[in-house]
Design a protein around this ligand. Structure first.
Ligand code: ZN
Length: 159
């Protein structure tokens, strides 16, 4: 191979490497999806008192698993995220909204994200944008099924 051809071949290879790198760069610019998992059981407990979302996450993908056996009507669980200041009011309004609304008041602007209500053996996944969260703010997640909100709650920390 002549020196000129060798330089050309190298340039082609570099070009190919750049072309391959482009989709990865585009993905990084789109954001970082951070996955969280939490479970609820038949003893009215979440398995985590705290969930952390790193400050560079742009989206959260949260999976709630019900590891118990009881049906949704007697031991339903959901995961409802609000500012800590709003949690009592959100839980009370959720109770009034009833099971047909998964115990979440429809259109409640204080609710940052929530899953549907699930029974034993089920799981559900939601995604939400961290643009809804502020660093330094105190957030609480809670199950709004009747009688659960005092026991099933924890802190979500962003940043
Ligand atoms: Zn519950």
């Amino acid at each position: 191979m002549s020196p000129t051809r060798k330089i050309l071949a190298t340039a082609v290879l570099l070009g190919a490497a750049q072309a391959m790198a482009l989709p990865m760069a585009a993905e990084a610019a789109e954001g970082k999806v951070c996955k969280l998992e939490i479970s609820g059981n038949d003893l009215i407990q979440y398995d985590k008192k705290e969930l952390k979302v790193a400050g560079d996450c742009t989206e959260v993908e949260l999976t709630l698993k019900h590891v118990g056996k009881l049906p949704v009507a007697s031991m339903g669980h959901n995961w409802v995220l609000t500012r800590t200041a709003d949690v009592t009011a959100v839980a009370n309004d959720g109770l009034a909204a009833g099971q047909k609304n998964d115990y979440v008041k429809p259109g409640d602007e204080r609710v940052i994200a929530h899953t549907k209500l699930i029974g034993g053996g089920e799981s559900t996944t939601i995604k939400f944008s961290t643009s809804l969260l502020k660093k330094g703010e105190s957030y609480t997640y809670v199950c709004t099924f009747p009688g659960h909100s005092a026991l099933m709650r924890g802190q979500l920390i962003f940043g």
